[in-house]
Design a protein around this ligand. Structure first.
Ligand code: URA
Length: 273
């Protein structure tokens, strides 16, 4: 009996944490104002401060994913080397015409052992100039999203399907994607992240080799060679479609849950702004 009561309390508290994180997100985006009586705010703050029920883990605890790629035969296994070595190989790559138009290659950025790896489409103008992923406008939104989750850019790995900018930011061709794919495969094998997050349709379809539209695939767990994959919208889509941010936030809460983390309690859950 006592155990049930504790479980219910944990579940309710987890629900409250998610709901509050969502309200905070909407508030910071300027879409809502929250007015809460002082007494209620104090109670919510006290409750939020009580210990979190779950512990971080690299082992996914959720049910089996919906779609799987066949496991690789050992001869197909991507080579495990250091990400720096892969970045050097990318820098020397002249396998397609993008090598002639790029300013810099954009191999990706992040630690050697990330829990999360984000995969976007291809570098844009700013990324091509700096040699870093997601440093333009959509990158700013991605960074904010990561921070809102209680993570930092330094603890996640961010990469793209293509490592060079397609001229004019056009969509990568399927030949370019296939040519560049081994780099991404090697990165994933080397980094061995607990969860992959694909950003937008091209990243989803490019990684999993499926044609499911992002609007249908998002929010549903997939698998890439045993690694759980959460597809969500691309930040540049979210810049134009504010309503889709709600879906992405929910997708990211699933991701956070899968790595055993929760969005941070905000200092000020019930204030006006
Ligand atoms: N869009 C992407 O898909 N990747 C980047 O690195 C920047 C913008």
């Amino acid at each position: 009996m006592m155990v049930h009561a504790q479980n219910d309390f944990d579940r309710l508290q987890a629900l409250w944490h998610d709901f509050r994180a969502y309200l905070e997100y909407e508030r910071e985006e300027g879409r809502i104002r929250i007015l809460v009586a002082d007494k209620t705010r104090q109670r919510l703050q006290d409750w939020s401060a009580s210990p979190q029920p779950r512990k971080p883990s690299r082992t996914p605890a959720n049910p089996a994913p919906k779609i799987s790629l066949p496991a690789m035969a050992s001869s197909e296994k991507a080579e495990v080397v250091s990400v720096d070595q892969i970045a050097r190989d990318i820098a020397g790559c002249i396998a397609c015409d993008l090598a002639r138009t790029r300013t810099r290659t954009v191999p990706g950025h992040g630690p050697q052992r990330p829990q999360l790896m984000f995969i976007g489409e291809a570098p844009g103008e700013e990324e091509d100039r700096q040699g870093l992923p997601f440093v333009g406008r959509s990158g700013a939104l991605l960074t904010r999203m990561i921070q809102r989750l209680g993570l930092s850019r330094e603890e996640v790995f961010i990469a793209n399907i293509l490592k060079c900018r397609p001229p004019g930011n056009r969509k990568p061709t399927s030949t370019e994607q296939q040519t560049c794919r081994p780099f991404l495969e090697r990165q994933i094998a080397t980094l061995s992240p607990a969860v992959l997050v694909t950003l937008g349709g091209t990243a989803l379809q490019g990684l999993l080799q499926i044609e499911t539209p992002i609007s249908r695939a998002r929010g549903v767990w997939h698998t890439y060679r045993g690694i759980p994959v959460m597809p969500t919208y691309h930040p540049s889509y979210l810049l134009r479609n504010l309503n889709a941010r709600f879906d992405t936030w929910n997708d990211m809460l699933q991701v956070l849950d899968r790595i055993g983390r929760r969005p941070p309690p905000q200092n000020n859950p019930g204030t006006t702004s």
